[in-house]
Design a protein around this ligand. Sequence first.
Ligand code: NAD
Length: 277
Amino acid sequence: MAVSLFKGKQVLVTGASSGIGYETALAFARRGANLILVDINAVALDTAAQTVREQGVQCLTWTADVSDAQAMSGLADAVHDAVGALDVLVNNAGIAFLGSFLETPPETWRRILDVNVMGVVHGNNVFLPHMLKAGGPRHVVNVASAAGLAPMCQMSAYVASKHAVVGLSETLEMELSGSEVGVSVICPGIINTPIARPNAANVGRSITQSQIERLAQFYRTKGAHPSLVGESIVDAVQSGKGVVLVGPAARLIYNLRRMSRSLLMKALIAESKKIWA
Ligand SMILES: NC(=O)c1ccc[n+]([C@@H]2O[C@H](COP(=O)([O-])OP(=O)(O)OC[C@H]3O[C@@H](n4cnc5c(N)ncnc54)[C@H](O)[C@@H]3O)[C@@H](O)[C@H]2O)c1
């Protein structure tokens, strides 16, 4: 079910202090929605909240790690006490790791899956029952990636996590099709945010500084501004669209995969050599 007017609605965004989450919060705030911003980074969260409040709306903040089931349950209790059932839930928080499959340690796999997949699972687990019970048009948005639709070199754990988010979101959309709660999964292409500027802890041991710089340069020159995704998320909630392709390369990757998998693989390998060779 689509939500069309946002004035006074309660919108919660995870990973809201940077990049796509921050721009999504601002896009809803500009339309008069009240925001609940959630992030692991308390300092950046306060700065983001100030800008959101400058739009003349109410804004609450919670520092929480989306991968922590208990913390998310505590967050939901506090949010429901403060504002009641959410109108819009945006599960956006996510992290990446750059490195070949053989250089991605098991503990890195676990962390990526805990944040990118279980973070979405927890968000839906703790907020969805109240949204369904409250009735009326409401909407869940899960942020996946174009990497949820196709492989990407040096990102096996991230790709696996985003495929999982696409799969769980489309299943949820089917399961909720008879209800008033809609579900959208967002698949952004190349978006210029801090996620494309990893520190040493988020890269494999043979990734060089010049490769990291090439990647950052690629995102700077080819990447779209995260506000493009924020606006697409607002559109998705208004239109009730299920799968949303947004930003450079997302639609191309999606269509190429449908036409010819081998062509897509060749194109992605050639593209990745420009950064990783
Ligand atoms: N930038 C892109 O090109 C791109 C493309 C497709 C999908 N995405 C997805 O968009 C989402 C937002 O990414 P972004 O590009 O804005 O990156 P970003 O690094 O700018 O923002 C991510 C935010 O999530 C927060 N966060 C990280 N781990 C968290 C946790 N465990 N609990 C709570 N908050 C946490 C960070 O503090 C940060 O504020 C992610 O899910 C990412 O995978 C990004």
